[in-house]
Design a binder for this molecule. Structure first.
Ligand code: HEM
Length: 501
């Protein structure tokens, strides 16, 4: 290929490495605490599961915009050139996903900013677990917007109020168990989680999945009836899935092969999709918000900056938040975007070259691409490249996203980065279907939270405010990649949410 080559003795995906690596690295950093990351040899550094975060744009500086990583798992072309990355994402039939993923879905609904933030901190309080609170918040948003409650569980139904409340609570409990156990349910079909010999905790998951399926079938029947009357109904995230199921219901006796050919979905496949949506859409936004709030705690001046904007945008108090506010909250956008630039929850977006790939243009070179090799747009590498992000690309500085920074927030505009230099939701036709939802949710939470509140970290014994903030910043930087980029010890921070006077 005539490009720089880095060889590593293990594949980063190897199960042994996944299990032993954290232990080995913890032991290494205890025994050799003063050895800087950059002095380890390449074969050690690039074997680390989290090398994307630890290396940032350094591999591009050392090897150029295209280089190869060779491991026992295969050869992977790493690309850090914006135009080449745009080409990889747009030629999605040539550069395909390495695993058979979930079916693509339409997406056209987004929550009202108020809906999301109403679920946030109501009163000044100590936050025992930021992640726990954010999990509750993101679950509520997802269940309220994506998995809408069945019609007869909503208020206004002819059922008695008490029965209605109980039914709604059980629907939400069921959904919570199903969503929380989505990985388990992807591995073990729920049918195998019943029976006398199954441990209680697993049987609970099996029961919840079975009950969720029957609720789902009810929704499907109702949605199908509504779609029959009015096909323009937008509904929640399930509606596109139901649309896909509709022809299937019409041809109930059709065999599996011809159904697959036509592209319809079975109820089990829809159930599978709901797990995929949770996996793709729940933890990602939770992680993004968790990093954003932690970084805001470390930077109280940026909390003030957000507060200024939120006061300017809020028209008439707490109840005056409408979807139209979303476009005006540039600083809130900036905080989410800047967080995703440095702490993208998904740092690895690998593709495999198909027969159609053959070659890739990188700058003025044409690189031959043999079928079967991995092709890896280096997300964090390019999102921290000084050529596109200025002289302080490793620094979390939301104001870099604001054009015309002024005294009045109304004059500010949001930066649109050059194509191929910012893609935390991936790019091209196969990008994330939840991009808009996650932006609306993130912006809504920030605007509502900092409108009336401040967040701070509790000081440790003998610690100054500045030291406590530095500890907070270090906590955000202490991360690892376990399916997604996560903080290692978020529980070490005790946060306090205070109401402004
Ligand atoms: C900050 C938040 C989020 C980030 C950074 C993110 C990022 C991503 C990325 C990188 C992909 C992979 C695309 C590919 O394979 O090329 C993806 C796919 C996906 N995301 Fe998100 N996502 C976020 C939030 C959400 C939300 C809120 C939802 C839904 C409620 C969602 C649903 C999905 C789904 C269903 C897919 C698979 C799309 C397909 O297969 O066509 N994501 N996301």
């Amino acid at each position: 290929l005539q490009v720089p080559v880095v060889r590593i003795p293990f594949s980063a995906e190897s199960n042994t490495l996944v299990i032993f690596q954290p232990v080995v690295w913890a032991a290494l950093s205890r025994c050799l605490p003063s050895i800087p990351w950059s002095s380890y040899p390449d074969f050690v550094r690039f074997s680390h599961r989290n090398w994307h975060f630890l290396e940032k744009s350094r591999p591009t500086e050392r090897f150029g915009p295209v280089w190869v990583l060779v491991s026992p798992a295969g050869i992977s072309l790493h690309v850090a050139d914006p135009d080449a990355i745009v080409e990889i994402y747009s030629r999605w039939r040539a550069f395909v996903r390495p695993v058979q993923k979930y079916v693509g879905m339409g997406w056209n609904s987004a929550p009202n900013p108020g809906d999301a933030a109403r679920l946030g901190y109501q009163t000044p309080s100590k936050i025992t677990s930021l992640e726990g609170d954010l999990r509750a918040l993101t679950f509520n948003v997802l269940s309220a917007t994506a998995f809408q409650e069945p019609r007869d569980l909503k208020s206004g139904s002819p059922h008695a109020a008490e029965h209605e409340l109980a039914a709604t609570a059980s629907y939400r409990d069921t959904l919570l168990v199903v969503l929380e156990s989505s990985i388990l349910l992807m591995l073990i079909p729920y049918r195998h989680l019943t029976g006398a010999l199954v441990p209680k905790s697993l049987a609970r998951v099996g029961r919840a999945a079975a009950s969720f399926k029957s609720i789902l079938m009810k929704v499907v029947t109702e949605e199908t009836a509504v779609l029959d009357r009015d096909s323009s109904t937008s509904g929640g995230l399930l509606t596109p899935l139901v649309r896909s199921l509709k022809p299937l219901l019409a041809a109930a006796n059709e065999d599996v092969a011809s159904r697959a050919k036509r592209g319809g979905l079975s109820a089990d496949e829809i159930l599978g999709n709901t797990f995929a949506i949770n996996f793709a859409g729940h933890d990602t936004i939770l992680i993004a918000l968790s990093f954003a709030l932690t970084l805001l705690v470390a930077n109280p001046d940026i909390q003030e900056w957000l507060h200024e904007e939120s006061v300017a945008v809020a028209e008439d108090g707490d109840d005056g938040w409408h979807y139209s506010a979303f476009a005006k909250l540039n600083r809130c956008h900036a905080v989410i975007l800047e967080t995703l630039r440095l702490f993208a929850p998904i740092t690895g977006l690998p593709k495999i070259a198909s027969e159609r790939a053959r070659e890739l243009q990188v700058g003025d070179r044409v690189i031959p691409v043999p079928p079967g090799i991995g092709v890896f747009p280096v997300l964090l590498g390019i999102q921290t490249d000084a050529r596109y992000w200025g002289t302080d690309p490793y620094q979390w500085r939301p104001s870099r996203w604001i054009l015309n920074p002024g005294t009045t927030t109304g004059d500010e505009r949001l930066l649109v980065p050059r194509k191929g230099t910012f893609f935390p939701w991936s790019d091209g036709p196969q990008n994330c279907v939840g991009k808009k939802l996650s932006m609306v949710e993130g912006v809504a939470v920030l605007a509502r939270l900092f409108h009336r509140h401040r967040l701070r970290v509790e000081r440790g014994v003998g610690e100054t405010d500045a030291q406590a903030r530095e500890r907070t910043r270090d906590c955000a930087d202490d991360v690892n990649y376990n399916l997604l980029l996560r903080m290692n010890h978020p529980e070490r921070l005790r946060l306090v949410c205070e109401k402004r006077e």
